[in-house]
Design a protein around this ligand. Structure first.
Ligand SMILES: [Zn+2]
Length: 90
């Protein structure tokens, strides 16, 4: 007999019919900003809304100071936020 908690598999996934067990982990959030790659420019590269529909997509960024425009190859988009688990004091 099929376990009710683990329902029928549909295209490689399924509904999970029980309450998920939750663990809360404290995290620290950082904002990542792309520094303009042009020499002697202190601007930041900011996503300008344009993209090339590649895989991964090319999100275009324009410098806030010199207007240099480019898209990083790995589909990154800036600014963005990253979170890391807060390490417990030892
Ligand atoms: Zn610049």
């Amino acid at each position: 007999m099929e376990d009710e908690e683990f329902g029928t598999t549909i295209t490689g996934s399924r509904w999970f019919n029980a309450e998920p067990e939750i663990e809360e982990v404290e995290v620290k959030t950082f904002r990542q900003e792309w520094l303009c790659p042009k020499e002697d420019c202190s601007g930041k590269m900011v996503s300008n809304g344009y993209s090339w529909p590649m895989n991964p997509p090319g999100y275009h960024h324009t410098c806030t100071e010199c207007q240099f425009t480019a898209a990083p190859r790995d589909g990154q988009r800036f600014p963005c936020e990253v979170t890391y688990p807060v390490k417990e004091e030892e």
